[in-house]
Design a protein around this ligand. Structure first.
Ligand code: G6P
Length: 490
């Protein structure tokens, strides 16, 4: 975990996110094992090294006793992480409930969970109260560790109340808020009954509000104008003379980390094994959290359609799907897991032989080196998610493809479509006929076209890195505050 490398001569930065970059597993009364967390936010922020940074967040575990809390706090301090302890009830209502059962699907245009719409509507208020309470708990930990001059950078949909809590405590605190998901059209936002105003107003307490794309930023400004009746300006949103700056800051990855890893002997060895294992077959790869926004069932159905229509490819291509379990206490995610298993089993039964199956589906994450090797031997990366704030898997794939120059098939509904669109094959993930045709096109693509497309994407991924993203956001936040001070003096 490179996050632990502190740089005391640099600006102090408090990163506040629901999840820490490490998750804790209890090994004894006062002993803990720390494992790296998964997800786009962690993968991007681990690459940020320009600041003297600390990360405040939840360690993903309930620790009711003070002995355990003390020991975990100490273990995390070595990684420059500071825990927020959330009890089971809060996690149930705030994290499983309001964040992942309500905000997450709505922000990705998937609507409320189908089977329990009424139940969800009824539990709105108690989950919202827990959400506010949890945000205040994060604010308390920030206040405890804050030093004058620190930049406080709040992340994601879990912490929309945080900017307000922080500013109410200390109006001079420099506060930025960044959303890692799409920000949907104001019409979607309006369906959060009566709560929408509170969330938007709270975010506006920040000095700078950032999104991955210009579209998301525009949706946010129009939600503020339509729902709150405020004025949208080219710089952001204005409320009674106070300007909240709103802008797009497309995230990237630490591409060098991936490129360097490919040179390591253990990664090379792993690549050799994979090449031998899949000799004579083209490799298609999907790496996703097992989440409804990732469209894994749709992806597999499109692959089935491709096999149906292309008899000659049946034993010449394999789809490796890494589906990392996530939010396993949320019923929608449990249903999705069973659904995916059922479809994979059916297709393997239908097209498999005694010696090979068309889909290898793994319900777990891979370590970093195994993942890099897998990216490097892949011929076609299948990133046709239903909706995604950015989708850094597509960036990671491109970073590892300098020698193979494989093809990226990317959803037009991923933020990454705006940056990698010219090099990728863009598809509508809901249209499995179109996706199946694109698979054929990708597998047959001539080398010169692959090379041209890869070059475009590789240039982008290696020049728009997570370091640059963080530095730009923080410097914009500093500038915004100086400008605001100048305006007040005038
Ligand atoms: C997305 C969100 C992150 C979240 C990650 C993993 O990338 O934007 O905030 O941490 O998913 O989800 P989890 O619920 O396991 O933290």
């Amino acid at each position: 975990c490179e996050w632990q490398e502190g740089q005391p001569s640099k600006q102090r930065l408090l990163v506040v996110a629901n999840r820490l970059p490490v998750s804790a597993v209890r090994k004894g009364e006062d002993s803990w094992q720390l494992e790296i967390s998964v997800g786009g936010l962690v993968s991007a922020l681990l690459g940020v090294k320009e600041f003297d940074a600390r990360w405040i967040g939840w360690a993903g575990v309930n620790v009711p006793d003070s002995v355990g809390q003390k020991a975990l706090t100490k273990a995390l301090a070595e990684k420059r992480c500071i825990p927020v302890f959330l009890d089971e009830e809060i996690v149930h209502q705030y994290y499983n409930g309001y964040c992942n059962n309500i905000l997450w699907p709505l922000f990705h245009y998937l609507g409320l969970p189908q089977e329990d719409r009424l139940a969800t509507t009824r539990s709105f208020q108690s989950q919202f109260d827990a959400y506010k309470k949890a945000n205040q708990m994060f604010a308390d930990v920030v206040n405890e560790h804050y030093e004058d001059g620190d930049v406080v950078w709040c992340h994601d949909y879990h912490l929309m109340f945080l900017p307000k809590c922080l500013k109410e405590h200390n109006s001079k605190m420099k506060v930025g808020w960044f959303l890692h998901t799409p920000f949907p059209s104001s019409e979607i936002h309006r369906t959060l009954p009566s709560l929408d105003q509170k969330l938007l107003r709270s975010v506006l307490a920040a000095d700078l509000v950032g999104f991955h794309t210009y579209d998301y930023a525009r949706h946010f400004v129009s939600a503020c104008t339509r729902i709150l009746g405020l004025e949208g300006t080219p710089e952001g949103v204005e409320d009674q003379g106070k300007l909240t700056r709103v802008a797009a800051f497309p995230i990237g990855i630490d591409s060098d980390r991936f490129i360097r890893a490919l040179e390591l002997p253990q990664v090379q060895e792993h690549m050799k094994e994979l090449k031998e294992r899949f000799a004579g077959r083209k490799v298609m790869l999907g790496v996703d959290r097992l989440d409804m926004i990732k469209g894994i069932p749709q992806k597999i159905l499109a692959f089935e359609k491709f096999l149906e229509e292309n008899l000659n490819w049946r034993d010449k291509v394999v789809l490796l799907q890494i589906a990392v379990p996530t939010r396993t206490d949320v019923p929608e995610y449990q249903k999705l897991t069973s659904q995916v298993h059922e479809i994979v089993g059916r297709i393997n039964g239908r097209f498999g032989t005694l010696t090979a199956v068309p889909i290898h589906h793994l319900d777990r994450s891979l370590d970093f080196h195994a993942l890099c090797a897998l990216y490097a031997v892949t011929d076609v990366s299948s990133c046709y998610i239903l909706r995604d704030g950015m989708n850094l898997v597509s960036y990671e794939f491109v970073a590892c493809q300098a020698s193979k120059k494989g093809v990226l098939i990317l959803s037009e509904f991923a933020g990454a479509a705006q940056s990698l669109g010219a090099g990728a094959i863009l598809v509508n993930p809901w249209n499995i006929t179109e996706v199946a045709a694109s698979i054929g096109y990708a597998l047959n693509m001539p080398a010169d076209e692959r090379e041209k497309r890869h070059h475009h994407n590789f240039m982008h991924v290696t020049t728009h890195t997570s370091q640059e993203w963080a530095a730009t956001f923080v410097s914009e936040l500093n500038d915004t505050i100086v400008e605001a001070q100048l305006r007040t003096r005038q």
